[in-house]
Design a protein around this ligand. Structure first.
Ligand code: GLN
Length: 288
């Protein structure tokens, strides 16, 4: 079957599920993703009128049938997503990497290059996408931490398939619990995309996130979603080398609160970076 025919038959099917996507173009984006992950084909192949095999067609159809019926996220149905052009394994224990997180990685990579940083700590590494993409794009070694053994297994699989095994390494740790700073285990840079969604807004989240993404990776107990930033910032100086920096991804309306936490705990040179929607998405501060 040609890719075009498959796409239009799925589009017809979609008419029975009008609430799945906010905009029609979102289906096209997901279809291209599925094509790339399931059949290794890019958008151009469709334009060139390429065919896919019967098995590939059946697989992609099944995936979208389930997607439309259950609203399970596409990446979870496929078991993979694309982040910064690379294929990452994901499962029920890992948050699906978001496009916004690219800004966190790009900012971290820039800082590492400018300052010639050699060691990076990624707290709450999940699928390992941040740790891997920093390791891939710099000379630094990245240690990814997670409290979830299952997530660490996924991170390790991703580092292995990207051939980053000595540059991105992983350890089980509840924030800093397994880092031995007293014996000198210190880092140039701490990076984290911690859980930052206050639990009380859970009912307002879209089904894909609310029902399928790991709670451990998403939610905080406090009202503003900042408890993990506070836990990290209040101890970070012990784990940073002199002049070391900390970079976080931020959720909605958190930049002022997190800036204040940094200032209170002896950090300065605070910088904020906006995402494509104009929201403060990444914050960076230096240990003074
Ligand atoms: N950005 C994710 C979302 O909006 C949340 C990620 C996080 O809590 N760190 O669903």
């Amino acid at each position: 079957m040609s890719i075009k025919t498959l796409k239009s038959s799925l589009k017809n099917l979609l008419n029975s599920y009008p609430d799945i996507y906010d905009k029609k173009e979102e289906f096209s984006v997901e279809f291209d993703y599925a094509l790339e992950i399931a059949a290794g084909l890019d958008k151009k192949s469709a334009l060139l009128g390429k065919d896919i095999s019967d098995e590939q067609e059946k697989y992609i159809k099944e995936i979208f049938m389930r997607r439309f019926k259950t609203r399970e996220p596409l990446a979870r149905l496929l078991g993979f997503c694309i982040f910064m052009g690379e294929k990452f394994k994901v499962n029920a224990h890992t948050l699906i990497p978001r496009p916004e997180t690219e800004l966190l990685v790009r900012t971290a990579v820039e800082k590492i290059k400018i300052n010639d940083f050699k060691s990076v700590l990624d707290i709450g590494t999940g699928s390992g996408c941040i740790a891997c993409m920093i390791a891939r794009n710099t000379n630094a070694q990245v240690l990814g931490l997670d409290i979830s053994t299952e997530a660490l297994q996924v991170a390790l699989d991703n580092a292995m398939s990207l051939e980053l095994i000595n540059k991105a390494i992983f350890r089980k740790s509840d924030i800093f619990s397994s880092i031995d700073y007293i014996h000198g285990e210190k880092f140039d840079l701490i990076v984290s995309n911690p859980p930052y969604i206050p639990k009380h807004i859970k009912p307002s989240l879209q089904t894909e996130v609310r029902d399928y993404e790991p709670e451990l990776a998403l939610f905080t107990e406090d009202e503003y979603g900042i408890e993990n930033y506070e836990k990290i910032i209040s101890q970070a100086k012990n784990y940073l080398k002199p002049g070391g920096e900390t970079i976080f991804e931020l959720g909605a309306n958190q930049s002022q609160l997190v800036s204040d936490l940094f200032l209170y705990h002896g950090f300065g040179d605070i910088e904020l970076y906006k995402d494509v929607s104009g929201n403060d998405r990444v914050i960076c501060a230096r240990s003074l």
